[in-house]
Design a protein around this ligand. Structure first.
Ligand SMILES: Cc1ncc(COP(=O)(O)O)c(C=O)c1O
Length: 392
């Protein structure tokens, strides 16, 4: 709808990709340099195998989980996957093979593809309310209550950082509490890491999930390189699995490889070769971190400007400053979202999710002005409803 809208001042806050100040989703220069190196040095395009590029897997495991502590050494295995989506699918298929009775605790709202993947795999979903858009807060008590009522072996799906669609992450204390609960109740955390480094920084974004992985005997982590490396179309990701013994770890790994082989045989090579090249070269690694930090600063700056403009326009929303990453979820109804689109050319997801990185220069002011109108529509609607209530 956005593409076919002829209005020159239309605003696209719907699509979930990073955009620079020109509205482009650029190729990172660390990626370009790694691609040059690969072009020069790659000697074969022969098959790699269903586990993919082992150097990539090792690099990404270290990036996400950090230097292994003695408690974790030998407890984690990984395979490359076609994007984060592929890792989620592999991981849930493994759960289904290991324990078809397992239920998956899913905080709503969540990324629009989580539940379709679960339903395709055939696992039961146990939903709970994760977020309140009016106050912009995580409903942590609902999460804790759901964990307390779960059965041993149930899976807890969590977002590593930059929660999609709300931008509302667990606090360090929350992560600590989740780590304690999953260990105590014998639950299996499954942590989806799709925005590493785009919230507060790579180490900061990974800190919470690392506590949970250290505490849980069995755990799964899906990693997407789409956003953090800008490799969207290269379909680059990994599934990491932690198990309490080397024999269980080997059983998990063998099963994951069998699932991969039966689905797509082996993952695409190029994106993983790029990430491996970056992570194994100190200069390229530094360059990538620098570019990631530039992306993060742009998102932070836009968010601060948006919040200041919302305050000034007095639209009556709770503060969006505590959210991290690209997304926030606005407390708007479907009628308001539709009118913003039709009357103002503002496009956002149907649940009120906006991509803060979608703003081009000058669009924040137009957006907040439109939200002031949405507030008036709300008042009109409320007064017409009150008037109709008064009718006999
Ligand atoms: C929360 C979350 N998980 C996983 C993914 C999957 O990413 P991809 O399959 O493109 O690597 C996304 C993509 O938007 C996401 O937002």
């Amino acid at each position: 709808m956005y593409r076919s809208d002829p209005r020159p001042n239309r605003i696209d806050l719907g699509v979930g990709v990073y955009r620079d100040e020109l509205g482009k989703t650029p190729v990172m220069s660390a990626v370009k340099r790694a691609e040059h190196e690969l072009l020069e040095q790659q000697e074969s395009k022969s098959y790699l195998g269903p586990e993919g590029d082992l150097g990539f897997v090792e690099g990404i495991t270290q990036l996400v989980l950090g230097t292994p502590s003695s408690a974790r050494t030998g407890r984690v295995a990984g395979v490359q996957s076609p994007g984060g989506t592929g890792a989620l699918r592999l991981g849930f298929e493994l759960v289904r093979r290991a324990n078809p009775e397992a239920r998956v605790l899913v905080g709503r709202p969540t990324w629009a593809n989580h539940e379709p993947i679960l339903s395709a795999v055939g696992l039961e979903v146990l939903p709970y309310r994760y977020f309140d858009p009016a106050s912009q807060t995580v409903l942590f008590d609902e999460l804790l209550g759901t964990l307390a009522a779960a059965r041993p072996g149930d899976v807890v799906l969590l977002h590593g950082s930059c929660h999609n669609p709300t931008g509302a992450d667990l606090s360090p204390d929350h992560w600590g509490e989740v780590a304690r609960m999953v260990a105590e109740r014998d639950l299996v955390p499954f942590i989806d890491v799709a925005y590493l480094g785009l919230g507060r920084g790579v180490e900061e974004d990974a800190a919470g999930l690392r506590r949970v992985i250290e505490a849980a005997p069995e755990a799964l982590v899906s990693v997407s390189c789409s956003k953090s490396f800008g490799l969207y179309r290269e379909r680059t990701g990994a599934l990491l699995v932690a198990a309490p013994s080397s024999s269980l770890l080997e059983a998990a790994r063998t099963n994951i490889l069998a699932i991969a082989r039966a689905n797509y045989s082996m993952p695409p090579d190029h994106g993983a070769a790029v990430v491996r090249t970056i992570l194994h070269d100190a200069a390229l690694h530094g360059k990538w971190l620098e570019e990631l930090s530039t992306m993060r600063s742009r998102i932070d700056g836009l968010r601060r400007r948006l919040c200041a403009a919302l305050d000034e326009a007095d639209v009556g929303f709770a503060d969006l400053r505590s959210a991290t990453g690209m997304f926030s979820m606005l407390p708007l109804g479907s009628g308001e979202i539709q009118r913003l689109r039709e009357e103002r050319g503002i496009y956002m997801a149907g649940d009120g999710r906006i991509n803060v990185a979608g703003f081009a220069t000058g669009q924040i002011e137009a957006f907040t002005a439109a939200l002031q109108h949405a507030r008036l529509w709300r008042r009109e609607l409320a007064s017409s409803e009150t008037a109709s209530d008064r009718k006999p």
